[in-house]
Design a binder for this molecule. Structure first.
Ligand SMILES: CC(C)(COP(=O)(O)OP(=O)(O)OC[C@H]1O[C@@H](n2cnc3c(N)ncnc32)[C@H](O)[C@@H]1OP(=O)(O)O)[C@@H](O)C(=O)NCCC(=O)NCCS
Length: 157
């Protein structure tokens, strides 16, 4: 399937975020994530030839949970990946991976650092293939299901 991955305003990711990640939230204000409006927060989308959104993710600066403190030299830039979603009818085509790698490339372009996310456990394979590792035990979010902390180093380009 033909698609391109581009940086987009965070607002363009909200529709897919709602449909895939938080269908229980009908109001846009419930879909906003802390930091969405920060200038350093960026979003990426895979777009088809008609400019329809196929997959999305957003990355913003955010310190990881303290459980990673021992792994990180003080002052290391840290970035959190959130809102990773692919439209159900176009999954398993590498589109999610392409969006994820656009985010990793963004961190590379800013000098690298630690990139982390709270991964839904069915998505662990996506992140593992992009060199993330799990940390600690799984936990269950009552609304969103089982998660695990995943992270990787991103070296500067
Ligand atoms: C997780 C999610 C974003 C993955 O999106 P995707 O576009 O299907 O991702 P990819 O196609 O890159 O990879 C997914 C699978 O397709 C396979 N795949 C990758 N490229 C492929 C290709 N060119 N052809 C066929 N299969 C391919 C991979 O083996 C992968 O399987 P695995 O994850 O079990 O290892 C998507 O399934 C989704 O939106 N899930 C619901 C929301 C969610 O859980 N989001 C993550 C929150 S942390």
């Amino acid at each position: 399937m033909a698609f391109t991955v581009r940086r987009v305003p965070v607002s363009r990711t909200i529709g897919l975020r709602q449909a895939v990640l938080r269908p229980q939230h009908v109001k846009v204000e419930h879909l906003a994530l802390p930091g969405d409006d920060e200038p350093a927060t960026v979003a990426f989308a895979a777009l088809d030839t008609g400019d329809a959104v196929l997959a999305v993710a957003r990355i913003g600066p955010e310190a990881p949970p303290s459980s990673l403190d021992a792994s990180i030299p003080p002052g290391t830039p840290a970035w959190r990946l959130r809102g990773m979603a692919t439209r159900p009818d176009v999954r398993n085509l590498g589109i999610g991976s392409a969006v994820l790698h656009a985010g990793i490339d963004h961190v590379i372009s800013l000098g690298g650092g630690l990139l982390w996310c709270n991964a839904r456990t069915p998505a662990i394979g996506l992140y593992r293939r992009a060199d993330f590792i799990t940390s600690g035990e799984e936990w269950v979010d009552p609304l969103l299901g089982p998660h695990v902390l995943m992270w990787r180093w991103v070296l500067p380009g």
